[in-house]
Design a protein around this ligand. Structure first.
Ligand SMILES: [Zn+2]
Length: 477
């Protein structure tokens, strides 16, 4: 029998607010220099301390929800999820079980070049726990990120392949980066994914017992975890058994998962409305302000680059991976009105220089004004600079900054378009290369490029090759 996978995800994304969710401690966006320096009586759960909600968290969370095309819940509230664990000094988590901040959305993704839409069940806000490090028999507690704000996104059971899951997560990451909601960097623990999975006979609509793998920590590990879990469940079902509904831990080194605990019910957490916080009531004005700050979805941008700018898919993908690069490209297009050349100058010349440089790590560190880069492209388009020489100008701008026109003139790179002067060069070349001319006239047309090369050389690479071409064609008839 053939089996299919039914997968859904629970994704935690750290919101990029300045301060934590319920106190004024610095939010743990980056790793802090030392453990336990960004803590206070509120996030450490001292008796009598009261949380107060950070409005920036609500704003960024609402924007995050809107990016996923969710329905904004004007009235939401917090619930207390009671459990004890050493990384949680409050002995409970403040989360939203019954009335989350947003409901029902969808995320558009390209899977193997095909447009797909995956449903979001809801997204709620909650606070993060601290970090435990186990060293031998000792456990060290760092509470720097205890109380940091998280969005928990719960998808519908809509994924059936690992490609879908991985593309979806990458799209989500791009989306939150573009909106400034989160950097969603998995290595920095800013995006964590729990994978829920069951299998069923192909085409069936029944749902069988599922397992949950917590915090699988890279895109590729998620793919490996899905493959291994599919094999494991299939083996159990095919031998007449039943998959236990449980939480399992994925070990990416061994490529295997092990039982952690059987799945709790909501009952076990004794959820009840958080008594120390008022519900969140969003007014129309606030919702409108959030809507105003939305940006174009990275996938829409990519599709627009393909259809409107006629860029290749790889280039469109490359230019939208990083928001600084996207902004740089769009500014350059605005200045040059030439999307294709702007794309090729960035992807083939500029990015190569950046990857070789020790000092320049990205377009934000460049030593020259973007207007100078645009000017280089303009000079090429106006036949005042050859594309070969344009690389030299960009190299100089890249190393020392300056003005494109000054570099062109100081290095005698301005292309000569004066037909009279170029014709004199063509005549000289033809007079000096009579053997080759005779050869050409006998029918060896392959050596046409040789004449162009000679003319270019004699003009010190300043002659316009198009004009040389035309003149040579006329004279070699
Ligand atoms: Zn604090």
């Amino acid at each position: 029998m053939t089996y299919e996978k039914v997968i859904w995800l629970e994704i935690h994304v750290r919101i990029k607010s300045e301060t934590k969710m319920f106190c004024s401690c610095k939010n743990a966006i980056e790793l802090a220099a030392e453990p336990n320096i960004n803590v206070c009586p509120i996030c450490m759960g001292f008796p009598g301390m009261l949380p107060s909600l950070n409005s920036e968290v609500v704003r960024l969370g609402t924007i995050g929800g809107m990016m996923m095309r969710c329905e904004v819940n004007k009235h939401s509230r917090f619930d207390r999820k009671s459990y004890f664990y050493p990384d949680s000094p409050l002995s409970f988590q403040i989360t939203q079980l019954y009335e989350p901040i947003v409901w029902a959305g969808e995320v558009k993704v390209l899977v193997d070049g095909e447009e797909r839409v995956f449903g979001i069940h809801h997204m709620h806000l909650e606070n993060d726990a601290g970090k435990l490090s186990h060293a031998g028999w000792q456990t060290l507690c760092d509470f720097n990120r205890a109380g940091s704000p998280l969005m928990e996104i719960v998808t519908d059971p809509v994924f059936s392949t690992k490609q879908e899951v991985m593309e979806f997560l990458k799209e989500l990451q791009k989306m939150f980066r573009a909106a400034g909601v989160s950097d969603a960097d998995m290595e920095k623990w800013q995006l964590r994914c729990d994978v829920n999975m069951s299998i069923r006979p192909q085409g069936s609509s029944e749902l069988m017992n599922r397992t949950e793998h917590k915090n699988v920590n890279s895109f590729s590990a998620i793919g490996r975890c899905i493959d291994a879990e599919f094999k494991r469940q299939k083996k159990i079902v095919e031998s007449g058994g039943e998959v236990d509904q449980e939480t399992r831990g994925w070990n990416d080194d061994t490529g295997m998962s092990t039982t952690q605990r059987s799945k709790e019910d909501a009952m076990d957490y004794r959820y009840f409305p958080e008594p120390d916080l008022l519900p969140i009531d969003l007014d129309d004005n606030f919702i409108e302000q959030c809507r105003q700050s939305l940006v174009e979805l990275p996938i829409d941008k990519r599709l627009r680059y393909l259809s409107e700018y006629k860029l290749k898919e790889d280039d469109a993908r490359l230019l939208t991976t990083d928001s600084s690069l996207t902004t740089y490209f769009e500014k350059l297009v605005e200045l040059t009105k030439d999307p294709k050349k702007s794309c090729s100058y960035i992807t083939t010349i500029l990015l190569a220089m950046i990857s070789e440089s020790d000092e320049v790590n990205g377009v934000d560190d460049l030593r020259f004004d973007i207007a100078e880069f645009a000017r280089v492209i303009e000079l090429v388009n106006a036949d005042e600079l050859s594309s070969t020489n344009s690389k030299q100008v960009i190299e100089e701008l890249f190393q020392n900054g300056g003005k494109a026109d000054i570099i062109v003139d100081e290095n005698n790179l301005r292309q000569k378009n004066d037909t009279g002067a170029l014709e004199a060069i063509v005549d000289e070349v033809l007079a000096d290369c009579q053997t080759q001319v005779a050869d050409y006239k006998w029918g060896n047309e392959n050596i046409f490029g040789f004449f162009v090369g000679q003319c270019m050389k004699r003009s010190k690479w300043q002659g316009n090759p198009k004009i040389f071409n035309e003149l040579l064609r006329q004279k070699l008839k």
